[in-house]
Design a binder for this molecule. Structure first.
Ligand code: PLP
Length: 391
């Protein structure tokens, strides 16, 4: 294999490594989207998606990245001038607040220090003082900081306000961790293909509770492509309103089969176990988590003053062909983020930690306990066969 043929180990919080069966599905010859064959696939996908969302409502598949799905939740439920409370605890919270402003909502930002999880009590107080609030927006997991917010408790708060919706960006949560839409009173939920769905970027999935559906007819925000009522009419016939992303949806069908065959809980369990192994490794490398409330879907950690996180990231990318992510904005240069979603082998988990150990040791600024390290690797990440990714 030449250097360029060795696949990257994409351990980012999206996009992620693709499953081999997904790669296969993506290389199939094209079929038209208005055919019985495609309709069969799409109808099956629509049923399976409901299971992943844990909802009895319809889940819509849009040919947009995750942000398009976030937009769909807003424009189908809100009107210009509506009051919205946006939980802003990082980049993606900022994005949703900006998006709502762009569509004319009056946005109150509940700003949290980066790395901190939401206290739902703050939302309860805000809604008490501002009874005309039409929606609360929150990430389930804020991917820029790795924080997991208490969505179940937030659902308990918002459900007692009959004219206010809880809209949740579950893009790094759906499929990664328990986020039962119906049970937790989530009114709008969005997921994205390049995270726990193990697909390339390009699809988003959205669902609306009954309460949120009752907002559709009065939602006056401008929309055309993302008008969910048109999508609903098409979906009822097993079609999408516009051209379907046939290749991605065929690959989605493969992933949903895989996920539901092994069970959703099993996927959650796998992702959590990866996160726990990685965090154990971090502690042996004397590295600290960025947040006290980490999400299983990714781990954000501080690199400390002695290591330059951007440099470490570049070294992993160029010398080891392992992709992880740095911090954004105020966390830039301070943290690194490793995703636990996607098709990841134990060997790849091990390769990442070993590469970090090597880089730290070579720097001369780190003295780890070698025997504890080897014990950890042998016990927790037993190598299958030595698949050298170091070039
Ligand atoms: C990845 C991600 C998005 C996604 O955006 P794209 O439009 O797919 O780039 C939105 N929110 C969160 C929390 C994410 O992790």
């Amino acid at each position: 294999m030449s250097q360029t043929e060795i696949p990257y180990s994409v351990l980012a919080p999206g996009p992620v490594n693709l499953h081999p069966k997904v790669l296969e599905a993506l290389s199939l010859p094209m079929i038209h989207h208005r055919t019985p064959e495609f309709d069969r696939i799409f109808k099956k996908v629509l049923v399976q998606l409901k299971e992943v969302f844990s909802t009895s409502e319809a889940v819509y598949t849009l040919s947009t990245t995750g942000s398009g799905g976030m937009e769909a939740l807003l424009v189908n439920t809100l009107s210009p001038g509506d009051q919205v409370l946006a939980v802003v605890s990082g980049k993606f919270g900022e994005r949703w607040a900006e998006m709502s402003e762009a569509f004319g909502a009056r946005v109150h930002q509940l700003k949290l220090p980066w790395g901190e999880a939401l206290d739902p009590e703050l939302v309860r107080l805000h809604l008490e003082k501002n009874p005309h609030t039409r929606a609360v927006l929150s990430q389930a997991c804020e991917t820029s900081t790795g924080v997991l917010h208490p969505i179940k408790a937030l659902g308990e708060v918002v459900k007692s306000h009959p004219d206010c919706l809880l809209l949740v960006d579950g893009i790094t949560a759906v499929g990664s961790l328990p986020l039962p839409m119906d049970l937790w009173h989530i009114d709008g939920l969005v997921a994205g293909s390049q995270k726990a769905f193990m697909l390339p970027t390009g699809l988003s999935f959205v669902s609306f509770s009954k309460k949120a559906q009752s907002f559709w007819h009065r939602a006056k925000m401008n929309k055309y492509y993302l008008d969910i009522r048109k999508e609903k009419l098409a979906n009822d016939k097993g079609e999408t309103h516009f051209s379907s992303s046939v290749s991605l949806i065929r690959a989605l069908s493969v992933v949903l089969d895989l996920i539901l065959q092994q069970g959703l809980e099993n996927l959650h369990h796998q992702i959590l176990q990866r996160a726990l192994r990685f965090r154990e490794g971090l502690s042996l490398l004397n590295l600290e988590l960025y947040t006290q409330s980490p999400s299983p879907s990714l781990t954000a950690f501080r690199t400390g003053p002695q290591f330059d996180s951007q440099k470490l990231r570049t070294q992993l990318e160029e010398e080891f062909r392992i992709t992880i992510m740095g911090g954004q904005d105020q966390a830039k240069g301070k943290i690194l983020r490793v995703g636990h979603m996607g098709h990841i082998s134990l060997q790849e988990e091990r390769n990442l930690l070993e590469a970090m150990w090597k880089i730290f040791h070579a720097s001369g600024k780190f003295q780890g306990d070698e025997s504890r390290w080897h014990h950890f690797l042998t016990q927790r990440l037993p190598g299958t066969q030595r698949q050298e990714r170091h070039l």
